[in-house]
Design a protein around this ligand. Structure first.
Ligand code: C2E
Ligand code: CA
Ligand code: CA
Ligand code: CA
Length: 279
């Protein structure tokens, strides 16, 4: 038993070491990427379900590796969060997204919104509202075209200053979405405390429709809650026509997912908005 224990702890130590090495490497790569501005934004459409039309896009960050591969956020966001680099990265994302969508609005002549993910560390800063304000001023994007997405865990750490800044942003017309709804804690308290304008139903619930009996009931309850509160509801992760039909039947106003489009580079957005003429 003693030997086994020793082997286990050695195994544990070597894994820990490997993880530490990996995250050191990622952190060094992250620092470099930030310094060299090597992030890329992809955009995924958010669709009005009654109108079957794109009303906006969610900006999703990727990291450009040394060899030109794009690295998904799950591989570097945790390191960015631990190291605090998430704050300058998040500011870059916000500014780039506002600028990209302001340009797209001008080129397309369409009123389109952009949703930007804001991490807990960003939300905790006293200059959040100023950072948002300067991103809007510098890009020329209208307040009503910007939505910031916060998760319940980001709001878990929110203090009076965060609340005051979110109220200020909301009062100026900026939208606030509660992301991954239903996966965190005390969701309902957040809806009462914070000036939330949209709920995003986590894609695990949408994926569970027709699979786990409870998930249909949960999606129905959340869409009903949003309707009664007079706020928007986005069903995330719609992959199949059946899921689309279900979330429409349940009254979701907006949808997002691979069925409509995967996240795409900014250069592809105009093609999504203007379908080719049928001949
Ligand atoms: P999220 O905010 O929940 O974003 C939605 C994620 O679901 C995206 O993954 C998107 O590609 C994926 N998705 C969309 N539709 C479908 C679908 O139909 N099926 C499936 N299986 N997945 C779908 P992505 O781009 O890998 O981003 C993962 C997470 O990384 C995001 O989850 C968000 O939490 C974080 N993230 C991304 N960009 C940023 C950012 O700029 N700042 C911060 N703080 N976090 C970000
Ligand atoms: Ca999001
Ligand atoms: Ca989400
Ligand atoms: Ca998520």
């Amino acid at each position: 038993a003693k030997r086994l224990g020793k082997d286990r702890s050695e195994l544990y130590d070597s894994r820990l070491h490997a993880n530490a090495l990996a995250s050191q490497r990622t952190e060094a790569a992250l620092r470099r990427a930030i310094e060299e501005n090597r992030f890329v934004l992809h955009y995924q459409p958010i669709v009005s379900l009654p109108q079957q039309a794109i009303v906006g896009f969610e900006a999703l960050v990727r990291l450009l590796d040394d060899d030109g591969t794009l690295i998904a956020p799950q591989h570097f966001i945790p390191v960015a969060e631990e190291s605090g680099l998430i704050v300058p990265m998040g500011t870059w994302v916000l500014r780039q997204a506002c600028s990209d969508i302001a340009t797209l609005q001008r080129v397309s002549g369409m009123r389109l919104a952009v949703s930007v993910n804001v991490s807990a560390a960003q939300a905790a800063r006293h200059d959040l509202a100023d950072t948002v304000a300067s991103a809007l001023t510098d890009s020329g994007l209208d307040e009503r075209s910007l939505c910031i997405e916060l998760t319940e865990s980001a709001l878990l750490e929110a203090d009076e200053s965060t609340l005051a800044q979110l109220n200020d942003l909301r009062a100026r017309g900026i939208q606030i979405s509660l992301d991954d709804f239903g996966t965190g804690y005390s969701s309902l308290t957040y809806l009462r405390t914070f000036p939330v304008s949209n709920i995003k139903v986590d894609r695990s619930f949408v994926a569970g429709i027709g699979v786990r009996p409870g998930d249909l009931a949960i999606v129905r309850a959340v869409t009903g809650l949003a309707r009664d509160l007079g706020i928007g509801c986005v069903a995330e992760g719609i992959e199949t026509p059946r899921q689309l039909a279900e979330v429409i039947a349940l009254g979701a106003q907006y949808g997002q997912g691979y069925l409509f489009s995967r996240p795409v580079p900014v250069t592809d957005l105009l093609d999504l908005l203007v379908p080719p003429l049928r001949t």
